[in-house]
Write a protein that binds this ligand. Structure first.
Ligand code: COA
Length: 260
C-alpha cells in the first residue's frame, strides 16, 4: 500500500501508524483521512497484529484539520461539504470502533481534530508540555464530528468550558479531565507507551474487541436496557474457545495461548 501521508510499521503483534506530514504539524487533509481509514481497515484482517499505536512524526502529534483544506471548502457545494464532513466522521468512528485497541502517543500539540483523534483512541498517553485545545470556536467553527468522543471522555462540564473558550491546555490538565490516561515526561513517553502495549497483550484478542464493543453498547444507557445484552455477551464468551482457553490456562497455572 503506497502511503503519502502516513508511515506504517507492522511488527506483529504491534502496528505503528505515524501521521507523517511534519511540515504542517500533521494537519490532516482528505488524503490523510482516507489513508488512515484504509490502513485501519487493513489492520483488521492482519491476524498477527493485536495492538495499534498511533503517533505523529516531527514536532507535534496533530494540529487538527488542515486549515487550507477546510477554507477551500467554501468553494464546494453543500453535497460535497457533507461528503467531506462524513469522511472525517467516518475516520473518527473507525478509530473508535477498531476491534484492535489503539494507543495514542501524543506529543507537541494535539489541537482541534487532533485532540478529537486523541479522544477517539483507547489509551492515549501524552508527554508533559503537549498543548491541547478544542480551538475550533476561535476559528469560527465548532468541534462537531469529534464531539461524541470528546464529551464521552471528558464529560459535559469540561466540554462546556473547553469547547466554548477554545482555550489551550496542557497535558496534566488533559489527564485530569480524562482526555488522556497519563501525562509523563517526554523522555518517558516511549517507555510508557510500550508499557501500555504490554498490558494489552496480556488480554485475549477477541476479549479485547468484545470489551470495546461492550463499553460502546453500555455507556450512558439505563441498566435495564442493556442487561439482556450483557447477559448474552458473557454467556457466549465464557464458552468461546478463547474464554475456555483463558480460564483453563489460569487453573493450570500456565500462560494462555495468546501469550505465546
Ligand atoms: N492546518 C494547516 N497548516 C497548519 C496547521 C493546520 N491545522 N497547523 C499548523 N500548520 C502549519 C503552519 O501554518 C506552518 O506553516 P508555514 O511553515 O507555511 O508557516 C507550519 O504548519 C508550522 O506551524 P507553526 O505554527 O510555525 O509551528 P509551531 O510548532 O510553532 O506550532 C501548532 C504548532 C500546532 C501549535 C500551531 O501550528 C497551531 O496552533 N496550529 C493551529 C492548530 C489549530 O488551531 N487547529 C485546529 C484545526 S480545526
Amino acid at each position: 500500500m503506497k502511503l503519502e501521508r502516513l508511515e506504517l510499521q507492522i511488527e506483529p503483534p504491534v502496528a505503528r501508524i505515524w501521521l507523517n506530514r511534519p511540515d504542517v504539524r500533521n494537519a490532516f487533509d482528505g488524503l490523510m483521512v482516507s489513508e488512515l481509514r484504509r490502513v485501519l481497515f487493513g489492520l483488521r484482517s492482519e491476524d498477527g497484529v493485536r495492538v495499534i499505536v498511533l503517533g505523529g512524526r516531527g514536532a507535534a502529534f496533530c494540529a487538527g484539520a488542515d486549515l487550507h483544506w477546510m477554507k477551500a471548502m467554501a468553494g464546494f457545494s453543500r453535497d460535497e461539504n457533507l461528503r467531506e464532513a462524513q469522511s472525517l466522521a467516518d475516520l473518527f468512528f473507525t478509530v473508535y470502533e477498531s476491534p484492535k485497541p489503539v494507543v495514542a502517543r501524543v506529543h507537541g500539540a494535539a489541537l482541534g481534530g487532533g485532540a478529537g483523534l486523541v479522544a477517539a483512541c483507547d489509551l492515549p498517553v501524552a508527554a508533559l508540555g503537549t498543548r491541547f485545545g478544542f480551538t475550533e470556536v476561535r476559528l469560527g467553527i465548532i468541534p462537531a464530528v469529534v464531539s461524541p468522543y470528546v464529551i464521552g471522555k471528558i464529560g459535559e462540564s469540561a466540554a462546556r468550558e473547553l469547547f466554548l473558550t477554545g482555550e489551550r491546555f496542557e497535558a496534566v490538565r488533559a489527564a485530569e479531565i480524562g482526555l488522556v490516561r497519563a501525562a509523563v515526561p517526554e523522555e518517558d513517553l516511549d517507555a510508557t507507551v510500550e508499557g501500555r502495549v504490554e498490558e494489552l497483550l496480556h488480554a485475549g484478542p477477541q476479549a479485547v474487541a468484545e470489551a470495546k464493543a461492550l463499553i460502546r453498547e453500555v455507556a450512558w444507557r439505563r441498566v435495564e436496557s442493556v442487561q439482556r445484552y450483557t447477559v448474552e455477551r458473557i454467556a457466549d464468551l465464557r464458552i468461546s474457545d478463547e474464554g475456555q482457553e483463558g480460564m483453563r490456562a489460569f487453573l493450570e497455572k500456565r500462560k494462555p495461548s495468546w501469550r505465546g
